[in-house]
Structures are given as structure tokens and as C-alpha cells.
Write a protein that binds this ligand. Structure first.
Ligand SMILES: NC(=O)c1ccc[n+]([C@@H]2O[C@H](COP(=O)([O-])OP(=O)(O)OC[C@H]3O[C@@H](n4cnc5c(N)ncnc54)[C@H](OP(=O)(O)O)[C@@H]3O)[C@@H](O)[C@H]2O)c1
Length: 242
């Protein structure tokens, strides 16, 4: 396979957790990848061959740097909007949450994914590519304390649904990965023992299957995809045909 025929992905928030696990799996499947995180010094040895662009997805100059890195690779088949902000820990009720924190959550979880989608739509259309927005069950369930984060993921889901209709050549998904044993999950449950939660690596096969099989776009739970009958019966996938 020469380099321009290799599928190419941009994965945000690949410094740890789900983003790192997915980036590693894509590299092993011979994808070329561009990754980011604000703290990325440790990534070059972990993701040998990846283009690592340190920075914050909410920063337009960083998004310029991502665009330059992707353009250097010549194509984009997959955009994974994974980087995310939980908000303050412990999670405050809506009565108390500082609006500056809510603004930051929305900048990271809604506006940055939209900005990256806008930026990369021409390349993604050319490749008949895929956008994977990483969502949460907090987008659809009302958990006390999760108002800022949950409403941002609900907005992300709605961006997904509208993009699915507006961009018929693309496959656009919001995936709820389920609980995972990560830094974000620990911040959501400070002091709690989260060792029984599955590792983020356990979710990756479902994401790879989604990318490979391209069912109809919309919101889906990774747990549905991990069920061997899940993709073809993807009952949670809604929206127009991708
Ligand atoms: N863990 C769960 O139980 C769970 C459940 C449902 C949904 N999710 C979703 O799954 C996705 C991955 O979560 P995770 O648990 O793997 O999180 P995580 O362990 O906290 O990792 C998040 C990654 O994103 C990076 N990041 C955060 N803000 C960023 C920014 N503004 N710009 C660039 N990179 C940024 C972090 O690195 P830096 O801090 O160095 O930037 C880190 O590499 C998120 O979308 C999350 O909302 C997680």
C-alpha cells in the first residue's frame, strides 16, 4: 500500500483513555493518524508513526496546525472528536455550576468538534469518510451534577443528527462508549473505586466495526456494537442513510 492509498484519521484527545486506545488500534491496522492532546510529550514513543500535534482543540491556532498536518498527508477518511471536558469535579448541580466552566465544556465538547468538522468536510466528502463524535449516556439521561457535560453531549448528538442529513456521502455517528476506567471517569467519581469499570481498549473493537461496516448514521451505544448481532441490527442508529 503506498502512503496516499492508506486510510487517514484525525483523533483528538489521544493522550490517554479511549483516544489513545483507538489511535493505537488504528496504527496497528495500518492507518496513518494525526493525534492531539494538550499534554503530548509522552505520545511519540507510544504512537510510533503518528503525527502528534500538541494543543487544545478549543484554540483556533491549534486547529490550523491540525489542518496543516492533515493536509500534509493528503487525505482524511476519519475524524474522531474524542477530546472532552467534564467540567468541575466534584460535579456541581446546575444551581451552582460556574458559567465560565459551562462555557469551557461547550467550547470543548460542542464548538471544537463542529469547527473541526467544518474544517475537514471537503477532505471527508472526497474520501466518503466518517465522523465519529464520542458522546455519553449523560446526553440522554438526567443525572444530578451532569447538567453541563450532559447537555453538551446532547448538543453534540444533535450536530451529528443534522450532519447525517446534510452530508449524505459521509457516515456520521455519535457513539456512547459506556463507562470506562479512565481519568475522566475517576474525576466524575472522585475517591470512588472504579477498578470494576472496563478498560477503554474494550470499546475499540466496536468502534472499528462501526467504521468498517458504515451502518446508517446517528446515535449509537458501543454496547450494541459489541454484541455480535449489533451492527446489522443497529436498532439505536437513527437518521438518514449515510
Ligand atoms: N470514561 C468514561 O466512562 C466515559 C463515559 C462516556 C463517555 N466518555 C467520553 O469518551 C471520550 C474519551 O474519554 P476518556 O474517559 O478517555 O477521557 P480521558 O481519559 O480524560 O482522556 C481525554 C483525552 O482528551 C485530551 N483532551 C482533553 N481536553 C482536551 C482539549 N481541550 N484539547 C485537546 N485534547 C484534550 C486529554 O489530554 P490532555 O488533558 O493532555 O489535553 C486526554 O488525552 C470523551 O469524549 C468522553 O466524554 C467517557
Amino acid at each position: 500500500m503506498n502512503s496516499t492509498s492508506q486510510p487517514t484519521a484525525l483523533v483528538t484527545g489521544a493522550g490517554r483513555g479511549l483516544g489513545l486506545a483507538l489511535a493505537r488500534a488504528l496504527l496497528s491496522s495500518r492507518w496513518r493518524i494525526v493525534v492531539d492532546a494538550r499534554r503530548a510529550d509522552h505520545l511519540a514513543p507510544l504512537l510510533s508513526g503518528a503525527v502528534v500535534v500538541p494543543g487544545d482543540v478549543t484554540d483556533p491556532a491549534h486547529r490550523d496546525a491540525l489542518a496543516a498536518a492533515v493536509s500534509g498527508l493528503g487525505r482524511l477518511d476519519l475524524l474522531v472528536n474524542n477530546a472532552s471536558d467534564l467540567g468541575p469535579s466534584p460535579l456541581p448541580r446546575l444551581a451552582d455550576v460556574p458559567l465560565t466552566a459551562v462555557r469551557r465544556v461547550y467550547e470543548t465538547n460542542v464548538l471544537a468538534p463542529l469547527a473541526l468538522a467544518q474544517r475537514f468536510l471537503p477532505l471527508l466528502r472526497a474520501a466518503h469518510g466518517t465522523i465519529l463524535n464520542i458522546s455519553s449516556d449523560a446526553a440522554v439521561e438526567a443525572y444530578a451534577g451532569w447538567g453541563a457535560y450532559g447537555s453538551s453531549k446532547a448538543a453534540l448528538d444533535q450536530l451529528t443528527a443534522v450532519l447525517t442529513v446534510e452530508e449524505p456521502v459521509l457516515a456520521v455517528y455519535s457513539v456512547d462508549p459506556g463507562d470506562m476506567r479512565t481519568e475522566m471517569h475517576q474525576a466524575a467519581f472522585p475517591g470512588a473505586d472504579i477498578s470494576d469499570r472496563p478498560a477503554p481498549e474494550t470499546v475499540v473493537p466496536a468502534l472499528l466495526r462501526l467504521i468498517a461496516t458504515r451502518p446508517r448514521g446517528g446515535r449509537i451505544r458501543a454496547a450494541e456494537l459489541m454484541d455480535p448481532t449489533g451492527v446489522t441490527g443497529a436498532t439505536e442508529v437513527t437518521g438518514a442513510t449515510a
